[in-house]
Design a protein around this ligand. Sequence first.
Ligand code: NAG
Length: 320
Amino acid sequence: MTSSTNLILLLILVLFQHAHGLNFVVTGGTGRVGQRVVEKLLLENPSNSVTVLTTNPNATSILAPNPKLTIKPYDSNSLIECQPCTLIHCSNDVDLLPEFTATFPKTKPKWFRRLSSSPPPSIVLLSSAGVTRPSWSKKRTQSLSGAADIPIVRLNPGDILNTKFKAEERLRKSGVTYSIVRPVGLKDTWPSGRPILSQSDTAVGRVNLEDLASVLIASASAPDAAYKTFEVQTLTGYPPPNDLTKPLKGLVKDGRRPRDEGYQLLQQLLPGEEQDATKLEMGRSYEEVDSGKVKAREAGAEPTEREKAMARSVEQRAPQ
Ligand SMILES: *[C@@H]1O[C@H](CO)[C@@H](O)[C@H](O)[C@H]1NC(C)=O
């Protein structure tokens, strides 16, 4: 097949799936994060179907009944019955993850690999910021002490960080399309805001639970999240972006050399919701572009007559 035929097939597949909703499996669906993921998935697209795999006997009273919600035992047979699906693994238990992984198609077909973009993840793993820090060199630990000398890393209860890191590694090697999300401290009372994504495992701070759920869900359908591992924290007082495409695109795939992380982070601190300064014409504000009050500038476009006139008036006002 030619690559244009492939693209058309992919597009048809994507449109078909969107209209019909997607099939999600959520583990840990009765937990703090999982519950929010389930609620959002059902709210976001009423055609989505969600299966929660859980060991919690009270699951039916914890989760609000919904015709699109199924609750099944936490084991790999339950997952097999749900295939094809996307798994959002919010459970703290990572022992069953290899069994879960084995239920997904392993190798990407050749024609898929020839496409420039990756398929969206089959599995999104909720991991934790700090999982690499116990194995940092002494030098790195000392020079980045603000990230290493913190309670969770110092105490590492039950060796949780290494356990999660090993689970991440197994998932990376599994051949399944994945995305690994590493939140900083979860805090129920931390207000919602803008999720900030980073990749050096040096993030410290707080994340809002709703924002984290949104990031997990966005990653589950974003080709730009595939084969990537990233930290997430919430910057309060900033509006969330319209969508996470740009920050996800700015991340590098695992095993690749990181891009200029300072630039990637600063781009996420732009005002407004579009978060793209190239869309501004001179004298226009981020908010005007967001609201559609003014037309967004095309990337790389020549200055318009209006912009030139504006620049001239600034020139004339400038002190000599
Ligand atoms: C389930 O609910 C019962 C009764 O409220 C409670 O005693 C028990 O601890 C709950 N179990 C779990 C796993 O939450």
